[in-house]
Design a protein around this ligand. Structure first.
Ligand SMILES: Nc1ncnc2c1ncn2[C@@H]1O[C@H](COP(=O)(O)OP(=O)(O)O)[C@@H](O)[C@H]1O
Ligand SMILES: CC(=O)OP(=O)(O)O
Ligand SMILES: [Mg+2]
Length: 402
């Protein structure tokens, strides 16, 4: 079975086409700057040269149409026709309390994703565009949705409730949901396999540090706490998101700077984090390079980012009364030697024995960056959200046809 996995963002669309039985990726790619005259499409078919295209792509339906055309292209394609795409799986960031696992798309599911627009304004509207674009181009193909929030639905009330009037929860579902669940779930499974220990017996802290970033406390394979909250804004400092701050700053800044709700929300989501402190970039690669070249603001941004991450690791060790392993994943977690080194050098109190040489080798592989005898093991596990989405989609489609 061939399954197309789509992660639709507001101005981007990433895709991977899996052949499930052979466990292979037939093609993958991304469309960036959707909505502009100079949208960029990068298509990487298996065993064939990459395709780069710059053209006008004004909305997601066109982006999907272009992707489908490339997948069946005589020269760059990997399929004879789109009829060979048997199902499509989508990443959906917010599933609220309604979705505890992945589901096939139907009218009710789409209505519920739309009801959640308010809670994930950067993400859910884009996912709906992706789902509608597939419907428009391939009306008969089954679609599944895999939620970032689903894995965290095991959190106990002490972790998911905020200490505010309960009416906000009862009436408006104000609570912690948590995100990146597909990734936290996947890397915790892989960590148990790597350590050769049953997941049920492990206390893990997984750090998904990408453009968006979150930590999770995972006990016996279940999420018991996570740093993102009602929306993907809470918790760690991120590329452009502030993460935790005193909530009183919001009305204070709105008053002083005469900001609307939309403007303050945009400030905290799109103009904060690494970008705001460095005044340079939201990209950890650029921050690290500038810091090494002596840029003081980049150094401060890096130090704040690391300090806030380290505090969450301490909090989750306390939350679980111990930790067996800490896992780094996603763009920054998998690639930033400097960040991992600085975090681990401040975890000696937990019994972490950092292996500096191991930290500098094995990029792209699952690996240990603590010593083998370290009381708390530290691992780097490349995440693979797309693979999990493809598997879930496969299982759902199989269950309806058998
Ligand atoms: N070699 C590297 N060193 C440091 N950071 C890196 C490196 N490669 C990628 N990154 C960081 O990874 C981030 C993207 O992570 P990713 O998980 O792909 O994010 P997302 O899926 O949220 O778009 C980039 O913003 C960049 O800062
Ligand atoms: C939920 C979230 O923050 O996702 P991303 O990291 O893809 O922005
Ligand atoms: Mg990501």
């Amino acid at each position: 079975m061939n399954i197309l996995v789509i992660n639709a963002g507001s101005s981007s669309l990433k895709y991977q086409l899996f052949h499930i039985e052979n466990d292979t990726v037939l093609a993958k790619g991304r469309v960036e700057r959707i909505g502009m005259e100079t949208a960029i499409l990068v298509h990487e078919p298996k065993d064939k040269p990459e395709v780069h295209e710059v053209s006008e792509i004004l909305e997601h339906t066109t982006a999907i149409r272009k992707v489908l055309a490339l997948l069946v292209h005589p020269e760059h394609g990997v399929l004879a026709s789109t009829a060979e795409i048997h199902a499509v799986g989508h990443r959906v960031v917010h599933g609220g309390e309604s979705f505890k696992s992945s589901v096939l798309v139907n009218h009710e599911v789409k209505q519920e994703i739309k009801r959640l627009f308010d809670l994930a304004p950067l993400h859910n509207p884009a996912h709906m565009l992706g789902i509608s674009a597939v419907e428009a181009n391939m009306p008969d193909v089954p679609q599944a949705v895999v939620f970032d929030t689903a894995f965290h639905q095991t959190m106990p009330a002490q972790a998911y409730l905020y200490p505010v009037p309960m009416a906000l929860y009862r009436k408006h579902k104000v609570r912690r949901y948590g995100f990146h669940g597909t990734s936290h779930n996947y890397v915790s499974d892989r960590a148990a396999a790597f350590l050769g220990r049953p997941l049920e017996q492990l206390k893990l802290i997984t750090c998904h540090i990408g453009n968006g970033a979150s930590c999770a406390a995972i006990e016996g394979g279940k999420s018991v706490d996570t740093s993102m909250g009602m929306t993907p804004l809470e918790g760690l400092m991120m590329g452009t998101r502030s993460g935790d701050l005193d909530p009183a700053i919001v009305p204070y800044a709105m008053g002083k700077e005469d900001l609307t709700i939309g403007e303050i929300s945009s400030m905290l989501n799109k103009h904060s984090g690494l970008q705001a402190i460095s005044g340079l970039s939201s990209d950890m690669r650029e921050i690290t390079e500038a810091m090494e070249a002596g840029d003081k603001n980049a150094k401060l941004a890096f130090e704040m980012y690391e300090y806030r991450l380290r505090k969450y690791i301490g909090a989750y060790a306390a939350a679980m009364n111990g930790v067996d392993a800490i896992v780094f994943t996603a763009g920054v977690g998998e690639n930033s030697e400097a960040l991992r080194k600085r975090v681990c050098e401040h975890l000696t109190y937990l019994g972490v024995e950092f292996d500096d040489a191991a930290n500098r080798t094995g990029r792209g592989l699952e690996r240990r960056i603590s010593t083998v005898n370290s009381k708390v093991q530290v691992l780097v596990i490349p995440t693979n959200e797309e693979w999990v989405i493809a598997r879930d989609t496969y299982d759902l489609v199989q269950s309806t046809t058998h």
